[in-house]
Design a protein around this ligand. Structure first.
Ligand SMILES: CC/C=C\C/C=C\C/C=C\C/C=C\CCC(=O)SCCNC(=O)CCNC(=O)[C@H](O)C(C)(C)COP(=O)(O)OP(=O)(O)OC[C@H]1O[C@@H](n2cnc3c(N)ncnc32)[C@H](O)[C@@H]1OP(=O)(O)O
Ligand code: FAD
Length: 673
């Protein structure tokens, strides 16, 4: 049967092997839960093993030692080699396999095809007519052309209806004239726009006969397909270095009265006829589909980033010994400290929770995508609400978790050798891209306020907001019933979300009744509204976690997930408990119970801590972290890693002769005077 933890190897650091031997569950079976099937988990490992056999796909040196230009070049080099091996390595129609291949070979800092796969192809799939697909999509899939999604401008990202780039229809020539009239109208941010792509789907405000029809999508060729030089009337370039994600050339684009054929507007759902007649889409927001696509997948990306940093931190905490719990005994692994466990374990639970919530979201997304093909749009609002809330909450909590992972590694966490700071920099971009978090929480709030209104009017609401119509207990039953089901916790989360939703609703109604215009009242209630959105979303995450645990059949996996869920529910509830204390739903005694359950949970998780992170099956190649090495041999490798520093190429740097020597000489001379 072998070891339950599949990462055990001879020669590993004994402290980490000791942890793995304690595992109560099979880590590869757990991987099947995380990646949604045993087959998917197997395929990840097969892909990793195959990649390890191709020497040209290995990093030329640790990425933190590369300059920005070298990072861009290295990612492009690997993309080139990957395309030779692609069909042998993965099923190219499987997004999860492609994503994994990218993470192993290239990592999270980006590559020339990042936006091509994440948005350019999806937008063509969803919004191009069959004829347009023949012209661009199939070429894009074969990588004959490389594209991006150019929507955000220097002056506007959140408020799409105020994009300044115009696409004015010229009936006489049957062309659109694309123009960036001001500096602020320049496209600014699109990934890979700077240097890599030769096509873009440009989102511009459609104008026909001087009437503004709002944002629409247009295919624009940016560069010559052979020379890669920008085409006439196009100015394009890189926007410069960012906090992280620097292998990607996020770019700017200025269009100077560029003419494109009428048929370059993506017209699957919406049309502009030759004579300028506008035919509206079945749903006004169908053109936002590429954004919804990314938002729907972001939970899993964030879960991955969070799990990566926790794998690093937990493994390191199992070999790092410092201080004593019992002064008579040797120094302990820092993982023994309750503070360290409290700092890390709840985030492990969140990574699992985000992955499970992510799987449910992707399922809904796939359904809505299929519906949209046939013009069916009923579930679009539900999906928009769900993805808006999740995108905001999950990215924010991921940011918190990664930072805790970094701090938990002490000084070495701050070194790029941990790689956590790079993961952090990449992940927090998610708080901003694909809809700034506050803006998206307010989108969900619109949906919640509609539901609250319906309930107040005596109507029954269902689905994601069904709990607003369900009976509520005045007092939480946590610690009040002999039965120890998670239902009592979930009901308490429901109560908290419901109370806050109605609190925000009542406040808004009061202001509206007092005569305040809707937009002003909305702004004055917006902090309360975002709170309602967060609580609703955190309820969904907890429910998704509980649903998954409920469905698991394998006894040991179920038990291990059950422990994580128990930790999650107690930790999350403590985090939002003030809402339930305010109206007496929870009392002080119950708070003590929840706290003691949390501490008990930490102890229960402790023996499996390394196995919970190992179950993500993140190879050394993809983690790129000295602290997170699978074998636990951190210290000797930290020293080796530092040898890569270009500052170590010579014992004496030229700056010594140039600046430091004169400085010291002059100081010595002065002290002799
Ligand atoms: C797959 C891999 C995943 C991750 C990859 C990992 C790493 C990637 C690294 C890099 C980044 C990758 C991608 C980033 C790319 C980008 O950032 S692209 C740019 C993204 N930009 C935005 O997200 C802009 C945010 N703004 C908006 O989306 C809109 O402006 C808005 C929704 C905030 C508002 O739109 P409006 O048209 O003004 O609408 P409104 O008046 O506010 O609302 C009117 C009604 O419409 C409903 N609605 C809005 N959007 C949708 C939608 N998508 N679907 C359904 N319904 C929608 C809204 O709810 C309103 O309904 P009411 O009933 O309340 O009236
Ligand atoms: C790494 C990265 C990659 C990106 N990739 C792409 C890409 O490929 N293609 C692309 O088109 N774009 C891309 N973007 C741009 C990104 O989508 C936008 O930056 C994002 O949507 C936020 O818009 P903004 O910059 O206009 O923020 P702003 O709206 O200016 O936000 C500034 C502040 O104003 C607040 N605010 C704004 N509006 C409201 C409101 N209505 N109510 C309350 N508060 C509000 C926000 O909450 C925030 O605090 C990328 C950005 C990043 C960081």
């Amino acid at each position: 049967m072998g070891n339950l933890n599949k990462e055990i190897r001879d020669g590993d650091h004994p402290d980490i092997t000791e942890e793995r031997l304690k595992s109560t569950f099979d880590t590869h079976k757990m991987a099947a839960q995380i990646y949604n099937s045993q087959r998917a988990a197997d395929r990840r490992n097969e892909i990793t093993s195959a990649v390890l056999k191709i020497p040209e796909l290995q990093d030329i040196k640790p990425l933190p030692f590369l300059s920005r230009e070298e990072k861009v070049e290295e990612a492009a080099r690997k993309i080139g080699i990957l395309s030779e091996h692609l069909y042998d390595l993965v099923n190219v129609n499987d997004g999860a396999e492609l994503y994994h291949l990218n993470n192993v070979v290239i990592g999270g800092e980006g590559n020339p095809l990042a936006l091509h796969g994440v948005m350019f192809i999806p937008v063509l799939q969803a919004q191009a007519t069959d004829e347009q697909k023949k012209k661009w999509l199939y070429r894009a899939m074969k990588r004959e052309i490389i594209g991006t999604y150019a929507q955000t401008e220097m002056g506007h990202g959140s408020n799409l209806r105020k994009l300044e780039t115009t696409a004015t229809y010229d009936k006489a020539t049957e062309e659109f004239v694309l123009n960036s009239p001001t500096t602020t109208s320049m496209k600014w941010w699109p990934g890979n726009l700077g240097k890599s792509t030769n096509y873009a789907v440009v989102v511009a405000t459609l104008i026909i006969n001087e009437k503004d029809y709002g944002p629409h999508s247009f295919m624009v060729q940016l560069r010559d397909e052979n020379t890669h030089k920008p085409l006439p009337n196009i100015e394009v370039g890189d926007i410069g270095p960012k906090m992280a994600y620097n292998a990607t050339d996020n770019g700017f684009l200025k269009l100077n009265h560029l003419r494109i054929p009428r048929t370059n507007m993506l017209m699957k759902h919406v049309k502009v006829e030759k004579d300028g007649t506008y035919i509206k889409p079945p749903h006004a927001k169908m053109s936002y589909s590429a954004m919804v696509h990314v938002r729907a997948h972001m939970n899993n990306t964030m879960a991955y980033f969070l799990a990566s940093s926790l794998t690093i931190a937990v493994r390191y905490s199992s070999i790092r010994r410092q201080g004593h719990i019992n002064p008579k005994e040797p120094e302990v692994k820092v993982l023994e400290y309750q503070t360290q466990q409290h700092r890390l374990f709840p985030h492990i639970a969140r990574a699992y929770a985000f992955s499970f919530a992510g799987a449910e979201t992707v399922r809904l997304y796939e359904k809505v995508k299929k519906d949209m093909e046939s013009g069916e749009t009923e579930l679009m609002a539900d999906l928009h609400a769900l993805t808006s809330g999740l995108k905001s909450v999950v990215t924010y909590l991921t940011m918190q978790g990664i930072e805790q992972a970094r701090q938990s590694c002490g000084g070495h966490g701050y070194s790029m050798a941990s790689y956590i700071s790079e993961i952090y920099g990449i992940a927090i971009g998610g708080c901003t891209y694909e809809g700034e978090n506050m803006v998206m929480l307010l989108q969900l709030a619109r949906y919640l306020m509609k539901a609250a209104k319906a309930v107040k009017e005596g109507k029954k609401v269902e689905g994601l907001v069904g709990y607003l119509s369900a009976p509520d207990n005045r007092h939480s039953l946590i610690d009040r019933t002999p039965e120890k089901s998670y239902d009592t916790y979930l009901k308490t989360f429901e109560h908290i979300a419901r109370q806050q939703i109605f609190r925000a609703f009542d406040k808004l109604e009061k202001m509206l009744t007092s005569g305040l215009p809707h937009s002003e009242a909305w702004n004055k209630c917006s902090v309360e509204l975002t709170r309602a959105s967060r609580l609703h979303t955190r309820l969904f995450i907890a429910q998704a976690f509980a649903r998954r645990v409920h469905d698991v059949v394998d006894f040991h996996i179920k038990e291990a997930l059950d422990d994580l869920l128990h930790l999650h529910l107690n930790y999350e509830l403590l985090d939002v408990a003030s809402y339930a204390l305010e109206d007496g739903h929870l009392c002080g005694e119950q708070m003590n119970f929840i706290r003691s359950e949390l501490y008990r949970s930490l102890g229960k998780i402790r023996p499996n801590a390394v196995s919970y992170v190992d179950a993500w099956e993140l190879s050394d190649m993809e983690l790129r972290s000295v602290l997170g090495r699978r074998d636990g041999h951190v210290y000797e490798n930290l020293y080796k890693w530092a040898q890569n520093s270009s500052l170590n190429r010579t014992d004496v740097l030229p700056v010594f002769e140039k600046y430091l020597k004169p400085l010291m000489m002059s100081a010595r001379k002065n002290s002799k005077l």
